[in-house]
Design a binder for this molecule. Structure first.
Ligand code: DGJ
Length: 744
């Protein structure tokens, strides 16, 4: 692994055993892309891959010649207006109103390791031999500004991390109105674009389309990455499957407004850009100041979509998530939200906790409603002290009782929000995000605190830290239930209002960072009305996220399947809830609910176990035992999607332990089918030479089978009722089978 600079041809080649990324300093001093893909030879000049040909309507750089047109070249970090008419990566508005820039190569620096980004989430290394970094400084003489492009290539991961930094050395302020974290010009457009879209309670469903000339993009301008679109996109060759073929993934390590865009130009060149959404973005860069973009990741696989996901999973799990909980299995939890909503007191909570403890649950989480006057949605947010009517002994009193049961204790916060009916709002009405003389819209009767202001973040930190220091708290669920409207901050002048969305997210990150520093043992779970801020940025602070507010097993199969393209199982909070389900009134078997939830690293329950029948309690006992046995493989194993629930009645996935000695295979059937055909599920990732004992959760033994057999001839998953007359034993709709494989 390394980064090679060929002096003679001015060519950079980033490589490891699997991938190559090649670009060079072009004749005009800017950077042009030559290749990205499977590893090709180093110490070789690829300059002739820069193609030129005369095009009647192109604009040419050099007088009296038709050989160099930026519009026809594949560039590394393009600007608009000097021959390239495509959507640019950067746009800087200057004092005289011009947006034309010309950043040309000045110097570069190659070094072992990977620097952290100040105040921003980013992947990291634990030792310098894990990665090599290249920093290239480009300079624009007219505006006296530097642009530093940073590339890191990992040694053993097919990943290139990028970010960009701007420094104003001039005497005039500059306005950066667009600063993508990466641009990648690919030589053709024969790709399917795969995005992960949805809605509240229906997050991250894969949607594919073939790239076409023009612009296709996903993004968010809501102040959060959103339920609707996710900052993770895949480009795959049309013939690529889960197991075979070329795939490129783009992950934005950021939680605010974003845009991922592919523009296919008139010659079928594809320009991919990833970064902060330019809408409403305008960063004033004063003389001497620096602006740093967030990080964006390019992941490559020539072993299909599963290969890409596995690379992303391992990277995010091992080199993005930090702290004590990174490598640890997470406690099985019970959360009181769907059990009680706002209707609880200390005794009721302890009753729920006690029953949960008896079943083997390890962590009790108190959700919304424990503070101030919070008896419903209309009041209390912003006042982070215990409601003494519900909790006469405060959080400390409740935490002590829960701890006495031998459980860990967790607490819900929604730090970024305030209700108008709160002391915080009454004392600081100007602390909400709102535009002067305009009506502020509400969401769930709440307003967004202006986290672009350090004093606001400070006030929330002080209240939270007091609660956390005053009781023994092991876990925080950090919720965020509305998006930003009427964006404006009373603390900033007119020409900095375009900074507020980004400054807001920096404020959120800074609060996380302070809390993590002071309370390093706490396990954070992020949440935004379920999966409204499920992104790589958040994982840097909170190793797991509440995947979705939809806890119905049949919907969760889809949501977790879709989420798995980009994010590891360890990052998914997944709970068993009551039936009929509270989001769509559907009943699914308790077994299915458990089987699906096992495949989230944050496994738990969201119901009052006191209300279950004795038979259900027994099932729960067995589930909890199983969750504890299987969490190691769930959190650290290799995950394979086998069959998708979007186009099939039967979905399947599996996870294999790193040593390939164990595997879990989930086969989920949405609707029962009568007199069903014989069925096989072809497994992946096993040791071909090993013999595996195959059992089903619940005890059934299917004998011993070779890894080669299970992968090539398939695991027999024919339904037991195939060809039979229905009896009561036959599973109904929404059934699930969980196979356990152990090498003998
Ligand atoms: C939305 C979350 O997603 C739920 O799990 C719950 O915490 C509620 N907010 C509480 O208001």
């Amino acid at each position: 692994m390394g980064i090679e600079f060929l002096e003679k041809s001015h060519q950079f080649h980033l490589y490891n055993d699997e991938i190559s990324y090649v670009f060079h300093i072009m004749r005009n001093g800017q950077l042009g892309n030559l290749y990205f893909g499977k590893r090709i030879a180093t110490n070789h000049d690829y300059t002739d891959r820069e193609e030129h040909s005369y095009r009647p309507v192109s604009a040419y750089t050099y007088d009296h010649e038709y050989s160099f047109s930026l519009g026809d070249l594949r560039q590394e970090y393009p600007a608009y207006g000097t021959g390239d008419f495509r959507d640019p990566a950067v746009e800087i508005k200057q004092e005289n109103g011009s947006t034309i820039t010309n950043f040309t190569y000045q110097k570069h620096h190659i070094f072992a390791g990977k620097p952290r980004l100040d105040g921003l989430p980013a992947t990291y290394v634990e030792s310098n031999d894990e990665a090599t970094t290249l920093e290239i400084t480009l300079h624009d003489d007219v505006i006296a500004a530097d642009m530093v492009l940073t590339y890191t290539i990992y040694a053993d991961r097919n990943v290139i991390a990028r970010n960009v930094r701007f420094v104003n050395h001039g005497e005039q302020p500059l306005h950066i109105t667009k600063a993508m974290s990466l641009a990648l010009d690919l030589p053709d457009s024969n790709y399917d674009w795969l995005q992960f879209s949805g809605a509240w309670a229906r997050e991250r469903q894969p949607k594919a389309r073939h790239l076409q000339q023009g612009i296709q993009a996903v993004g968010s301008t809501r102040g959060a990455s959103s339920h609707m679109q996710n900052p993770f996109v895949i480009l795959k060759r049309p013939n690529t499957t889960e197991d075979l073929g070329t795939v490129i993934g783009f992950t934005f390590v950021y939680s605010g407004n974003f845009r991922i865009q592919a523009e296919v130009d008139t010659y079928d060149v594809t320009r991919l850009t990833v970064g902060i959404h330019p809408q409403n973005f305008d960063w004033k860069l004063n003389p001497g100041a620096v602006f740093q973009t967030p990080e964006a990741l390019i992941t490559f696989s020539h072993t299909g979509l599963n290969g890409l996901s596995q690379t992303n999973h391992a990277l995010l799990r091992e080199r993005l998530v930090r702290g004590k909980w990174r490598d640890r299995n997470r406690p099985v939890l019970i959360n009181n939200w769907e059990a009680t909503y706002f209707n609880f007191d200390e005794d009721k909570l302890v009753q729920i906790a006690k029953k949960a403890r008896d079943r083997g649950i390890e962590l009790f989480v108190l959700d919304d409603g424990w503070f101030s006057t919070r008896n419903g949605e209309t009041s209390g947010l912003g006042d982070w002290w215990a409601n003494r009517n519900r909790l006469p002994n405060g959080i400390k009193g409740l935490a002590t009782r829960v701890k006495k049961l031998g459980m860990k204790f967790g607490l819900w916060f929604e730090p970024e929000m305030v209700n108008k009916d709160s002391e915080l709002y009454r004392n600081h009405p100007d602390w909400i995000i709102q535009t002067p003389h305009r009506h502020p819209s509400h969401g769930r009767q709440q307003y967004v605190l202006d986290f672009s202001r350090p004093e606001v973040v400070d006030a929330i930190y002080t209240m939270m830290a007091k609660i956390l220091a005053g009781a023994d708290i092991d876990y925080i669920k950090w919720d965020m239930n509305r998006n930003i409207t009427e964006v404006y901050s009373a603390a900033y002048p007119a020409d900095q209002q375009g900074e507020i969305f980004h400054r807001y997210i920096l404020g959120v990150y800074s609060l996380y960072e302070r809390l993590i520093k002071r309370f390093p043992d706490i396990l954070f779970e992020s949440c935004a009305s379920g999966g409204g801020r499920f992104d790589a940025g958040m994982l840097y602070y909170a190793p797991q996220a509440w995947t979705s507010d939809c806890s119905d097993a049949a919907e969760r199969v889809k949501i977790q399947y879709g989420t798995s393209y980009g994010y590891p199982l360890s990052s998914m909070g997944a709970h068993v809830s009551i039936t009929p389900n509270h989001q769509l009134n559907r009943s699914t078997p308790l077994k299915t609910r458990g089987d699906i939830a096992f495949f989230g690293g944050g496994f738990g329950y969201e119901l009052d176990l006191n209300k279950l029948t004795p038979a259900e309690q027994k099932t729960v006992n067995a589930q909890i035992r199983f969750a504890k046995q299987s969490r190691e493989i769930i959190n650290h194993g290799t995950f394979y999607r086998l069959q998708d629930p979007f186009t099939h009645n039967i979905a399947a996935w599996m996870v294999v332990s790193p040593d390939k000695r164990h595997a879990l295979v989930e086969v989920y059937k949405m609707l029962n089918d009568v007199n069903a055909p014989f069925r096989l599920t072809y497994l992946r990732g096993l040791d071909s030479n090993a013999q595996y004992r195959v059992t089903e959760e619940g005890g059934q033994d299917y004998g011993s089978h070779g890894g080669d057999e299970l992968m090539n001839a398939g695991l027999i998953t024919t339904d037991e009722q195939a060809g039979q007359v229905a009896t009561e034993d036959i599973k109904g709709d929404f059934s699930s089978r969980l196979f356990i494989l152990s090498a003998e």
